[in-house]
Design a binder for this molecule. Structure first.
Ligand SMILES: [Mn+2]
Length: 267
């Protein structure tokens, strides 16, 4: 554990699953993290604002405003900000392709790393149904896979209209703890397969609140984790290496500490 009082600057910063508007959101920790981390491009990889929860009951303390202000200030100071909506902020999917002031909204996008590797940036909920029925769909082929993506979107839109919550892979996996590892593994391989399908070198996603970086067969899978439980972010250094940062509770008034950043060598 090293004290990190100084500002660190990166080529890119990836954050997801902040869930602003919920009591679980660790807004103070995120504000502290943003104080010490800056980047040329900031990707907001979905579930930044929890629109579903806000619709049921309004919860928006000052700290949640401060998170938004801090991100916008980075934009004013020159950072490019790309917002890739998730299922909890899917209301923003209606604005895909447009700008909110300085924020670009995209369903998914490609990030080119310093070393030339290209990464698919996507929240990941689009693949819930695919993950559940991966074997069937692989057997049936590409059209079934495409259809499943559409069904997932339709099904969850219908569930929302009927007042049911989003069908969540992570919540479902947690219910079946014994199999959770399998489901996380299936999610990871499905997202990696999608990156390969579009000719990218890897994927950066969120959704399942499980931060990890790994490279298998030349394909890099990166999940940024969340700011509800784990308080994690992913950064790309100026040499093209990626790093997973866990931001810990600052010890009473002291500077925040950084726990075991795992460096991922350029593959
Ligand atoms: Mn999600």
């Amino acid at each position: 554990m090293t004290a990190r009082a100084e500002m660190r600057h990166f080529h890119a910063l990836f954050l997801s699953d902040i869930h602003l508007g919920t009591r679980g959101c660790q807004a103070e920790l995120l504000i502290d993290f943003l104080k010490y981390h800056d980047a040329e491009t900031i990707y907001l990889v979905g579930d930044i604002v929890d629109g579903w929860r806000l619709k049921r009951s309004w919860y928006w303390p000052q700290a949640h405003n401060d998170v938004v202000q801090k991100i916008l200030r980075k934009g004013r100071k020159g950072a490019r900000i790309v917002y890739v909506p998730g299922n909890h902020d899917e209301f923003l999917r209606d604005y895909v392709g447009s700008h909110f002031g300085m924020i670009e909204v995209a369903d998914h996008c490609l990030h080119e790393a310093i070393d030339g590797r290209r990464f698919l940036i996507i929240h990941g909920d689009q693949f819930d149904v695919v993950v559940r029925h991966a074997k069937w769909l692989a057997y049936l082929g590409d059209w079934a896979y495409t259809a499943a993506l559409g069904i997932n979107t339709w099904l969850n839109a219908a569930r929302r209209r009927m007042g049911f919550p989003y069908w969540s892979l992570s919540a479902w996996a947690k219910l079946k703890v014994k199999n959770a590892v399998n489901f996380i593994g299936d999610f990871e391989s499905t997202l990696s397969a999608e990156a390969a399908r579009i000719g990218a070198d890897g994927v950066v996603c969120g959704h399942i609140h499980h931060a990890v970086m790994r490279t298998d067969d030349g394909l890099t899978y990166i999940n940024t984790g969340d700011w509800v439980e784990s308080c994690t972010a992913v950064v790309e250094n100026h040499d093209g290496t990626f790093e997973l940062i866990t931001w810990q509770q600052p010890a009473q008034g002291a500077t925040a500490t950084e726990a075991e950043p795992e460096a991922l060598a350029a593959a």
